[in-house]
Design a protein around this ligand. Structure first.
Ligand SMILES: [Mn+2]
Length: 336
């Protein structure tokens, strides 16, 4: 259900969720592939909450936890298999926009008797029996906090730290418009006296391996303007990752370096994936709805930040996406 905090509808969904959570003994949580700070943060925060109230919570995560997050307490309990001999009462899906993005994981999600889906992306239908879709929330961690707050159970340092990392990373370290007063309010409640924010910032953002710096540098060096500089794009091939011993995670945030160029409307980063697919990240500097562009190709995200993965080689995908970006800018200019 799509709701906005605070409201009686929101409270009602939380009550339904708490009823399921209360009764459940064996829970698992799952998020989108290549989990980011918000996905891992919400999964681990739930894990720590469950642990503190004596419930069993399995955190399913199929790729290695990114290095910048591999210090959060509990990161090493993430597993890529559900135990066969456990009947799961409840599965909580975090931060996933659509079934397509989940692949076979959808079937895993359905293995539990009850299913709950929490997300803050726009126009997400919800894949659970209970869905809490809060488009105004900064992050899934903020939604999870809204739920956990209602339990009245004091949240451990590990739980609060995981929530903090999710909110911090999804708000671009409190720079984006989703850094709402509620997001800050939640931060004020989870900080306590024991979270050291500059240590957390440094370990997440200033703890960079050489391969990541080189991948970001390559992205910047290849920046190409289109449509009178209103579009800038760059690209990374599989061979780049191989050559520099980097992984896809090392390219996270690389688009930020080109989306800050003045005078642009859209920044695009093309990343070659295995199996002849190209992952496309789109950023808008404010005027263009890049989610609408991603939607044209069955992608999704937010108005100012969206993405899609397309079959085809780099050149084909580039041509299609740049053409769609040009169309979107022309449409915007015609309306001015
Ligand atoms: Mn998120």
């Amino acid at each position: 259900m799509k709701v906005t905090w605070p409201s009686s509808e929101y409270d009602k969904v939380i009550d339904e969720i708490l009823e399921k959570l209360d009764k459940a003994q064996n829970i698992f949580t799952i998020a989108h592939p290549y989990a980011d700070g918000d996905a891992i943060g919400s999964e681990l925060a739930l894990y720590h909450y469950c642990k503190s109230v004596g419930k069993n919570c399995v955190v399913l995560n199929f790729e290695p936890v990114p290095e910048q997050l591999s210090w959060l307490e509990g990161y090493d309990i993430c597993t890529d298999k559900l135990p066969d001999d456990v009947d799961f009462d409840l599965a909580i899906l975090m931060e996933t926009t659509e079934a397509r993005r989940m692949g076979d994981r959808v079937n895993l999600f359905k293995r539990a008797k009850s299913t709950i889906h929490l997300d803050h992306h726009i126009n997400v239908g919800g894949l659970g029996q209970i869905n809490l879709m809060d488009e105004k929330a900064s992050s899934t961690c903020e939604i999870l906090y809204n739920i956990l707050e209602k339990t009245g159970v004091p949240l451990s340092k590990a739980c609060r730290e995981a929530l903090y990392v999710g909110i911090m990373t999804d708000t671009g370290n409190f720079r984006y418009n989703n850094s709402t007063s509620r997001a800050h309010e939640v931060i004020s409640k989870i900080l306590g006296n024991d979270l050291i924010v500059d240590d957390i910032y440094k370990i997440v953002y200033e703890n960079t391996g050489l391969n990541r710096v080189v991948i970001h540098g390559l992205t910047m060096a290849r920046t190409k303007p289109d449509y009178n500089g209103k579009i800038v794009s760059s690209w990374l091939k599989l061979e780049d990752f191989e050559k520099y011993g980097a992984s896809e995670v090392d390219a996270d945030g690389a688009i930020r370096n080109i989306s800050c160029i003045n005078g642009i409307e859209i920044a695009v980063l093309f990343k070659e994936n295995p199996d002849n697919r190209v992952k496309v990240s789109l950023r808008s500097s404010g005027n263009i709805d890049v989610m609408a562009i991603a939607n044209k190709f069955q992608g999704g995200g937010h108005i100012l930040a969206a993405g899609v993965t397309l079959p085809g080689n780099m050149e084909e995908v580039k041509d299609k996406i740049i053409a769609a970006c040009v169309d979107a800018i022309k449409e915007f200019e015609a309306k001015k």
